[in-house]
Design a protein around this ligand. Structure first.
Ligand code: HEM
Length: 208
């Protein structure tokens, strides 16, 4: 009986993973569909860059909600989805960067260097993306074992830096209406504040 229950649970969980995986691909499918319908507007490169950038930041923030949800409500299921969602953040980040590199700059390395130096939002966006690389590369169970839990956790704290960099990048590139970057900034501050609170509470418990 216990075996059957375990198998039903596993099957249910596989379904959840497949559904979340498909949902996470929807923004890309929507973009692809719009491209096929000639629906990307007057500046398709800008549309693709903006869209993939938006989803990079969204997936980063969704990934960062897993631990607060566990702390606040004891939910464990978001933790089990965290790795996949984090990899989707990296996936959309890579599409975002590739759009800039290939379609916008067409591998003009000098132009890219000039952008990194002269345009502050690129200066901050570049490291924010690069920081996601080691996180994606060390996301496997084998890498967690190889690095050891403590070192792996320390490395993966870079995700906070990347998310903060992403929000500043968004803030700096917007010219008029700041409401979207402000929403991301408020949500990220809330998520980081919850973590900080639990870290501080744990620290106090240890020292008193
Ligand atoms: C090498 C790294 C990056 C480059 C070169 C880059 C470049 C760009 C460019 C050119 C735009 C469009 C600007 C405009 O149309 O005026 C943009 C928008 C955006 N990027 Fe990036 N970006 C990078 C990394 C990132 C990262 C790591 C994130 C998120 C964590 C991010 C999030 C965004 C967002 C949210 C937008 C605006 C989306 C919107 O308008 O709705 N970018 N980026």
């Amino acid at each position: 009986m216990a075996k059957i229950n375990r198998r039903t649970n596993t099957l249910g969980w596989v379904k959840v993973i497949v559904i979340v995986f498909i949902l996470a691909l929807l923004p890309l499918a929507k973009l692809g569909y719009a491209a096929l319908q000639d629906g990307l507007g007057a500046n398709p490169i800008e549309k693709i860059t903006r869209n993939t950038g938006y989803w990079t930041l969204t997936f980063l923030l969704v990934t960062l909600t897993a631990t607060p949800l566990k702390r606040l409500f004891g939910w464990l299921w978001p933790i089990r989805l965290r790795r996949m969602l984090g990899l989707f953040a990296f996936f959309y980040g890579s599409l975002h960067f590739s759009t800039y590199l290939v379609l916008d700059q067409f591998f003009d390395w000098q132009g890219i260097l000039k952008d990194i130096i002269k345009r502050p939002y690129i200066t901050i966006g570049f490291p924010a993306y690069l920081l996601m690389l080691p996180l994606a590369l060390t996301s496997t169970n084998a890498m967690i074992r190889r690095l050891g839990g403590k070192r792996w956790q320390a490395l993966h704290r870079l995700v906070y830096v990347s998310a903060i960099g992403g929000v500043i990048h968004y803030w700096w590139l917007v010219k008029k209406d700041l409401s979207n970057p402000l929403t991301f900034a408020v949500l990220l501050s809330l998520l980081l504040a919850i973590r900080l609170f639990y870290w501080w509470a744990g620290f106090r418990r240890k020292t008193t």
